[in-house]
Write a protein that binds this ligand. Structure first.
Ligand code: TXA
Ligand code: MG
Length: 346
C-alpha cells in the first residue's frame, strides 16, 4: 500500500461545527479513512456503504477479509436501512445500552455490502456514546464501518498515539480525543439467533444483557480457543489478537507464588504484568494494569500496558489473571488471547 500523509488533529472542544469534526466528516464522505476515538477503543472509520472505502480498512489493518466490521450509527433512524428485520430484544437493548459499548448482530439488508459483513447475512451495529464519534457520524450522515484502529493482531489503541504507531501513512486523518474511558472493545451479542448469544464480552456485562433479554447463551469461542478450520459465529474470535510482541503467560494463583516463579525465571526481557498492590514486591521489572479489585480500571489500562511492555523490550511476560466476573470477563477474554491461551496455575 502506498504511504499517504497522515494528519493528526486534536479536539479540545467537541461541537457540531468544530473544524476537526467537519474535516473528519468530509474525509469520510470522500471515501477516506479516519481514526477516531470512541468510548471503548479508537476505531478506523470509513463509509460503510462504499465498498472501495471499506476495502481500504482491510488493507490498512492487514485484516483477514472474512472478519466482518461493526457499523456505527448516531441515531435509531440510521438502523432501519441496514437491517432486514428487527428481532425481539433489539429495541429493549437499544433503550438500555445505546448509545454505549454494545454491538448487536442483526439480519442485514441488501444495502450493506458483503465486504462489511465478511460475506455473512448479518450485520453488527453499534451506537457509540463518545461525543466525538457521535458528532463525526452525525455530521457525515453516513453509517460508519469501524474496526479497532490497530494493525491486525496487535492490542487495540486507547490513545491517538497508539493509532499513530500503527497507522501513520495508512489513514488520512487521526482525531485525538484523549484516552478512551472503557478501554476494551464493545460487548457483541447476536440477536440473529434464538436465544441471543454473547459473542464477545465487554463493558455491558452478561448479567446486564440477561436482565434485559432473559435467556442469553455464551458462545464457546468466548472462553475457548477455536479449533483450526472451525466455523465460528464471531470470526474475529478465531484470530490471534490483542498480542504484544512478547510471549505472554497468564498466571492464576496468589502473588507470593508468582513472585517465587519470577525469582526462578528472572532474565533480561522477563517482565511481570500485575496489579497496583503487587508492584513493590516483584523480583523482575513489572507494569501494573490496575488495582486487583477494580475490573473497570483493568479494562481501561490493559491495552496501553501491553503496548508499554513492547516499548520496554519485553520478551516474556507473566501476567496475573484478573477476576472474571462482570467487566472482568472482558479483561480475561482479551488477556487469554494476548497469551495465545497459555495459562498456568501456581
Ligand atoms: O468497541 C468496538 O466495538 C470497537 C470500536 C471502534 O467501536 N470496534 C471493534 O471492531 O472492536 P473490531 O472489528 O475490532 O471487532 C469487531 C468484532 C469482531 O470480533 C467481528 O468478528 C465481530 O465483531 N463481528 C462483526 N460483524 C459480525 C457479524 N456479522 N457476525 C458476528 N460477528 C461479527
Ligand atoms: Mg479489533
Amino acid at each position: 500500500m502506498n504511504s499517504i500523509h497522515t494528519r493528526l488533529v486534536k479536539i479540545e472542544d467537541i461541537q457540531k461545527d468544530a473544524p476537526e469534526i467537519l474535516l473528519a466528516a468530509e474525509t469520510l464522505r470522500r471515501g477516506g479513512l479516519v481514526a477516531l476515538p470512541t468510548e471503548t477503543v479508537y476505531g478506523i472509520a470509513a463509509d460503510a456503504l462504499n465498498p472501495e472505502a471499506v476495502a481500504k480498512i482491510f488493507e490498512a489493518k492487514g485484516r483477514p477479509p472474512d472478519n466482518p466490521l461493526i457499523v456505527h450509527i448516531a441515531g435509531w433512524e440510521q438502523l432501519e436501512p441496514l437491517v432486514s428485520a428487527i428481532p425481539p430484544g433489539t429495541e429493549a437493548l437499544a433503550r438500555a445500552f445505546w448509545p454505549g459499548p454494545l454491538t448487536m448482530v442483526l439480519p442485514k439488508s441488501p444495502r450493506v455490502p458483503y465486504v462489511v459483513s465478511g460475506g455473512l447475512e448479518t450485520v453488527a451495529v453499534r451506537m457509540p456514546s463518545h461525543p466525538c464519534a457521535r458528532e463525526i457520524i452525525a455530521r457525515s450522515g453516513l453509517p460508519v464501518a469501524a474496526p479497532s484502529a490497530n494493525l491486525s493482531g496487535r492490542p487495540s489503541p486507547t490513545t491517538a498515539s497508539h493509532c499513530m504507531t500503527d497507522l501513520d501513512g495508512k489513514v488520512e486523518l487521526i482525531v485525538d480525543g484523549g484516552a478512551c474511558a472503557v478501554g476494551v472493545e464493545s460487548t457483541v451479542v447476536t440477536l440473529a439467533d434464538s436465544p441471543p448469544r454473547l459473542l464477545r464480552p465487554g463493558a455491558v456485562t452478561l448479567s446486564q444483557l440477561r436482565w434485559v433479554l432473559g435467556e442469553v447463551e455464551v458462545d464457546p469461542a468466548v472462553s475457548r480457543e477455536a479449533e483450526a478450520g472451525a466455523v465460528v459465529s464471531s470470526p474475529g474470535m478465531k484470530y490471534k489478537h490483542y498480542a504484544p510482541k512478547a510471549q505472554v503467560v497468564l498466571v492464576n494463583g496468589p502473588v507470593e507464588r508468582l513472585c517465587r516463579l519470577l525469582e526462578r525465571e528472572a532474565a533480561p526481557g522477563v517482565f511481570g504484568l500485575v496489579f497496583d498492590e503487587d508492584l513493590g514486591r516483584m523480583p523482575v521489572p513489572s507494569i501494573s494494569y490496575g488495582p486487583e479489585g477494580d475490573s473497570a480500571a483493568q479494562a481501561r489500562n490493559l491495552f496501553a500496558a501491553l503496548r508499554e511492555l513492547d516499548d520496554r523490550g519485553a520478551r516474556r511476560v507473566y501476567a496475573r489473571a484478573p477476576l472474571q466476573d462482570g467487566v472482568g470477563m472482558a479483561v480475561y477474554n482479551r488477556l487469554i488471547r494476548a497469551a495465545g491461551f497459555t495459562e498456568i496455575t501456581v
